[in-house]
Design a protein around this ligand. Structure first.
Ligand SMILES: Cc1cc2nc3c(=O)[nH]c(=O)nc-3n(C[C@H](O)[C@H](O)[C@H](O)COP(=O)(O)OP(=O)(O)OC[C@H]3O[C@@H](n4cnc5c(N)ncnc54)[C@H](O)[C@@H]3O)c2cc1C
Length: 412
């Protein structure tokens, strides 16, 4: 089988040639600034995704029968390496390609797979996750959003929050409670929800850094067809557990479905940190050089950890929750990189709404996002201690109790 696959060097050349002819060059000195979010970003990403698809470079690890290429992860990695020099459809990478997509692939019906997977690979439909709720995202199984069955449909009520780019996305995977008489993990169902749909209101949330990419959604008797259930009714936690697995892999950097690199672990990250030092006239300063060296150590260790954990999980030597190791390291490393960027930028990081300013100030203000998005680093620590090291599970007052009986704060 392996000898029928294209040689990786030839593949690399083919990818580079295609990208040179079809994708815009990335401006390394001007990374995407979240303050510059504009209406074109989503349509630009849809267009870039379509270009990758047309060239046969979208969904490299997705099966060919659903529009993918059916290739091993090494081919996706070649694309990720080469793509550092080009604009990539990163909005499609996470969560569409790397979190919601694999979940539909694993738990969707054959009809759902054929309907939804080719559509996002082509860049037609952007997905988001409706998981976190105002009552807290860490306790995902404590979802209060409810879906009540009414013949062939479910009626959705409640609210979700922190959904990234929901206002410009098309579909969501949404976890909702369908049974209140069983313990919390046993009464959930996963749904495919069309976002711009009667009964669903999407509001953008303005953040401290000025961005408005986060959304909150309110469901008021939104009608969702029963055919949109992913997995079995009341067994949504099984689906959610795999979704979280894919999320940890995507956020940590070990997912085979992530396209392009937006953790700063590669050449682009190195160029970026050195360009801040040059811009500030500090390239010859010994302390600056140490800080640059420090980021390089983070990058090398992170890449090695990703490889080790991914191969460990694939070979069965590590349990699935080992993805928490890369998730934890990824979050902490990103905070450290951003802090170093701020230190190198010095006073210029205090200004971030001038066209000529760098993004170090904004990056610093939002640095904690890397320890929250994709599940918090504290929850990753819990998983590592309980599910990898076998330490006792933390106390949970709601374990084994019918969800209806669980004491909770009044919902909003
Ligand atoms: C960049 C970014 C993108 C995101 N995108 C999405 C998205 O698209 N869709 C979506 O549904 N959500 C999204 N989120 C939300 C994210 O999943 C939640 O922020 C995260 O799960 C934490 O939930 P919370 O913010 O409600 O904090 P809470 O759950 O209220 O927790 C507050 C603090 O308490 C800690 N904590 C809570 N429980 C425990 C415990 N048992 N042990 C130890 N510490 C604990 C947490 O680590 C955290 O520091 C995103 C968040 C970010 C930052």
């Amino acid at each position: 089988m392996t000898d029928q696959l294209e040689d990786l060097d030839t593949y690399r050349e083919r990818v580079r040639t295609y990208m040179e002819e079809n994708l815009p060059r990335r401006d390394h000195d001007r990374p995407w600034n979240p303050m510059e979010d504009d209406d074109d970003r989503a349509s630009m990403n849809r267009d870039l995704q379509r270009r990758l698809f047309d060239g046969g470079f979208a969904g490299v690890c997705y099966p060919a029968e659903y529009g993918g290429q059916g290739l091993p992860i090494y081919y996706q990695r070649v694309i990720n390496d080469v793509s550092e020099d080009f604009d990539m459809p990163l909005l499609f990478s996470t969560p569409t390609m790397s979190i919601t997509g694999p979940t539909v692939l694993e738990f969707g019906t054959e009809e759902q797979r054929r309907r939804y997977i080719p559509a996002f690979l082509r860049g037609d439909e952007l997905w988001v996750q409706f998981m976190s709720e105002p009552s807290g995202g860490s306790d995902m199984a404590g979802a209060l959003t409810r879906a009540e069955r009414d013949g062939d449909v479910f009626v959705l009520n409640g609210s979700k929050i922190w959904s990234t780019y929901a206002y410009r996305s098309d579909l969501a995977l949404c976890l909702a409670r369908t049974n209140w008489d069983v313990p919390k993990h046993s009464g959930l169902t996963m749904f495919i929800v069309p976002i711009h749909h009667p009964g669903i209101t999407v509001n953008q949330i303005k953040m401290v850094d000025g961005t408005e990419e986060f959304c909150e959604e309110f469901f008021d008797d939104a009608i969702i067809p029963a055919e949109n259930v992913v997995g079995a009714v009341d067994d949504g936690w099984t689906v959610a557990t795999r979704l979280l697995f894919h999320e940890r892999a995507a956020v940590g950097g070990s997912s085979p479905y992530t396209q392009g690199r937006y953790r700063n672990t590669g050449d682009a990250g190195r160029r970026r940190i050195t360009s801040i030092a040059r811009r500030e006239g500090k390239a010859d300063d010994p302390i600056t050089r140490q800080l640059i060296g420090q980021t390089e150590v983070l990058n090398v260790v992170q890449r090695a950890l990703i490889d080790r954990v991914r191969t460990g999980i694939e070979s069965g030597h590590f349990p699935g929750p080992a993805g928490s190791l890369v998730r934890l390291f990824g979050g902490m490393a990103e905070v450290e990189r951003v802090t170093i960027g701020l230190e190198l930028a010095g006073r210029s990081a205090l200004v971030w709404d001038e066209p000529a300013a760098g993004t170090e100030g904004v990056d610093y203000v939002r640095r904690q996002a890397s320890c929250l998005g994709g599940g918090s680093t504290e929850m990753a620590r819990n998983l590592i201690s309980e599910r990898i090291l076998g330490m006792p599970r933390e106390h949970a007052a709601d374990r084994g109790v019918a969800f209806r009986e669980v004491k909770r704060n009044p919902s909003r």
